[in-house]
Write a protein that binds this ligand. Structure first.
Ligand code: NI
Length: 186
């Protein structure tokens, strides 16, 4: 089922999400619906607060663009990205490393806005899975960026919070407009 994506200005996007306490059929259905919603919107990631649910859950899929990373490891071994996408994030834990790089980002909850965000280039993510196993993935490039962006959502942080002062100034008016438009009416 395709879900409505909450838009900028809605309070749920600013919540610090709570940990997922139980994996049950309801959660499995939510994950399936989030993946379908992400694909329908042609996004590379979607976090639970973006569909109005304040729990630590997100999905990411950058497999249409395998050249966007220089390495991809699962549990310490080189792996094919396509075999592991979409990635499901339940109570994810991240370790960030590498130099910072500034690249363009957008968000399904902040339409028509793109801007450069400075972030560490390498991510190691510990991801408990629906079946109770734990997957440790390591990567860089677009995937590392998407993972950080989605985990920020779980802490009520949007990419526009991380812009340079100049970037924030440039977008101030646009964001104010978006915040004042009820998203159901867009
Ligand atoms: Ni986003």
């Amino acid at each position: 089922m395709i879900l409505d994506i909450v838009q900028y200005g809605e309070p749920v996007l600013r919540k610090k999400c709570v940990s997922v306490s139980q994996v049950d059929s309801e959660l499995e259905k939510l994950v399936a619906d989030m993946i379908e919603t992400m694909e329908d919107a042609e996004g590379i990631g979607l976090a639970a607060p973006q569909i109005g649910v304040d729990i630590r859950l997100a999905v990411v899929d950058v497999s249409p663009d395998p050249e966007s990373v220089s390495f991809f490891k699962v549990d310490g071994e080189d792996a094919e990205m396509a075999d592991h996408m979409p990635l499901v994030f339940i109570n994810p834990e991240l370790e960030l490393s590498g130099p910072k790089e500034s690249e363009s980002e957008g968000c399904l909850s902040i339409q028509e806005v793109r801007a450069k965000v400075n972030r560490p280039t390498v991510v190691k993510a510990r991801l408990p899975q629906l079946d109770g196993s734990v997957k440790v993935i390591e990567s860089d490039g677009l995937l590392a960026r998407a993972i950080q962006h989605e985990v920020d959502h779980l802490n009520g942080i949007l990419f526009t919070d991380r812009l340079s002062t100049t970037g924030k100034t440039r977008l101030r008016k646009k964001l104010k407009e978006l915040a004042n438009t009820e998203w159901e009416k867009r």
